[in-house]
Design a protein around this ligand. Structure first.
Ligand code: SF4
Ligand code: SF4
Length: 101
């Protein structure tokens, strides 16, 4: 019969040993969908920047720049919130296949 371990027998896990781990961990590496920006439609209203939970949309002097794909997780919130339909969520695999063609 299988016996459950006591709480003090379970090894300690999920420890963050030091601050700043988000600077070295490339959280965008497991993105499945990529927000592709249509610069012709974008009005720089910056609503996407306000909503992005990962602070992955660089802005300077009220202008948005290309998404920081080192950290963008592809959640798609920016594309949903964009009032000008300027962001399209495209499968990463589709983009990777086009790059090697
Ligand atoms: S929400 Fe849409 S239009 Fe506004 S800055 Fe972002 S991409 Fe551009
Ligand atoms: S897909 Fe998500 S994480 Fe990536 S830029 Fe848009 S809101 Fe930010």
């Amino acid at each position: 019969m299988y016996e459950l371990k006591k709480w003090f027998e379970i090894p300690i896990g999920s420890i963050v040993p030091e601050a700043g781990s988000s600077m070295i961990n490339n959280t965008g590496s497991w993105r499945m969908l990529r927000p592709v920006l249509n610069t012709d439609k974008c009005t720089n209203c910056l609503i996407c920047w306000i909503f992005c939970p990962d602070d992955s949309i660089p802005v300077n002097r009220e202008q948005r720049f290309e998404t920081d794909f080192h950290y963008c997780k592809g959640c798609g919130i920016c594309a949903v919130e964009c009032p000008y339909d300027a962001l399209e969520m495209v499968p990463e695999m589709e983009i990777k296949l086009k790059e090697i063609e």
